[in-house]
Design a protein around this ligand. Structure first.
Ligand SMILES: Cc1cc2nc3c(=O)[nH]c(=O)nc-3n(C[C@H](O)[C@H](O)[C@H](O)COP(=O)(O)O)c2cc1C
Length: 313
């Protein structure tokens, strides 16, 4: 398969394994890259020197292209960016911040820059900032998200209408049919997160992976809009947030409840009650934990089959 995105990243299939805090270390990223898609290390949950170690291990485990996802809301960004340059990483996905801040600096060092957005307005700002491609992420997605609740089905064609640079769709995509659907709507590629949480190579705790497999439609909710909106599994921590909302809390009170290291506690350490468990709506369609290579093979086979059945219609 060849298009603007496969050429931009030098990959076989137009699929990106999403950067995900506590889930996408070197094992997941290298397995994804070795499967013919673009693997991303999620720097958001890593201290700078931990990131360096993951990049070095990823380089040793694959000779295919891979990248690093950098959510710009975390501290130490300068240090993170310096390590990315020193280690010779060629692709960076930035998110949760202003694309103007780092795009030119990275591109001057020969790095391809992609920025993640959740609206048409921010897609255009990213294009103006000179990024090489945009990820447009719908409200269905796991993890942090936009405030506007725009779904992937509506966001992708609206972004496509305005944007001229390559477009990667994200949010609610876990199958070959969904991949084809978003490409029909105008995407050049897809970014997949939740499906890869339930992979053998994800660094998520086994308890969390199993909960993703067991979860059903309606088990997630976007919450904490006053801080940074995030889609979570409805566990005890989620219901504690809801209880606090009944009292009309201040932002400070919400921050206090969130506290520190909730995401690590939930997704990495497996505390399913008190932890923050980030996952997308599509978890209701994820029924098994499989090696990344198998997940990619199944998605591509279903994509090809769906293309054939559409052309027979
Ligand atoms: C557990 C988890 C952690 C995430 N962490 C990040 C992150 O660190 N940076 C980021 O840009 N997006 C993050 N996301 C969003 C993903 O990169 C991706 O865009 C999203 O998962 C796509 O939607 P899907 O979950 O329906 O596949 C995260 C998503 C999940 C499920």
């Amino acid at each position: 398969m060849t298009n603007r995105i496969t050429e931009l990243f030098q990959i076989e299939y137009p699929i990106v394994q999403a950067g995900m805090v506590w889930n996408s270390g070197w094992k997941l990223a290298s397995a994804a890259s070795n499967s013919g898609i673009l693997g991303l290390i999620g720097a958001g949950s890593m201290y700078p020197e931990v990131l360096r170690e993951h990049i070095q291990k990823c380089k040793a485990a694959t000779d295919k292209p891979f990248g690093v996802n950098v959510p710009m809301l975390y501290p130490n960004i300068q240090e993170i960016m310096d390590i990315i340059v020193e280690e010779g990483v060629k692709i960076v996905f930035t998110s949760a911040g202003n694309p103007k801040t780092w795009t030119t600096w990275l591109q001057e060092k020969g790095i391809t820059v992609v920025h993640v957005v959740s609206s048409v307005k921010f897609a255009l700002k990213a294009q103006e900032a000179g990024v090489d491609a945009v990820v447009a992420e719908g409200f269905e997605a796991g993890g942090h998200n936009g405030r506007d609740e725009t779904t992937t089905l509506t966001l992708i064609p609206m972004v496509k209408e305005k944007l001229s640079i390559p477009l990667i769709a994200a949010g609610g995509i876990a199958t070959g049919r969904a991949m084809l659907a978003t490409m029909i709507l105008g995407a050049d590629a897809v970014q997949i997160g939740s499906r890869f949480v339930a992979s053998e190579e994800s660094s998520a705790h086994q308890n969390f992976k199993q909960l993703v497999v067991d979860s059903k439609e309606g088990d997630t909710q976007l919450t904490l809009k006053e801080l940074a909106p995030v889609r979570l599994i409805k566990n005890k921590f989620y219901y504690d947030i809801q209880e606090l909302y009944q009292k009309g809390p201040s932002v400070e009170q919400l921050k206090d409840l969130l506290g520190r290291a909730r995401a690590k506690r939930g997704m990495f350490e497996g505390d399913l009650e008190e932890g923050e468990l980030e996952i997308g709506q599509i978890s209701g369609l994820i029924h098994d934990i499989k090696p990344v290579a198998e997940i990619v093979k199944d998605i591509i086979a279903e994509f090809e089959e769906a293309k054939k059945s559409i052309s027979r219609m």
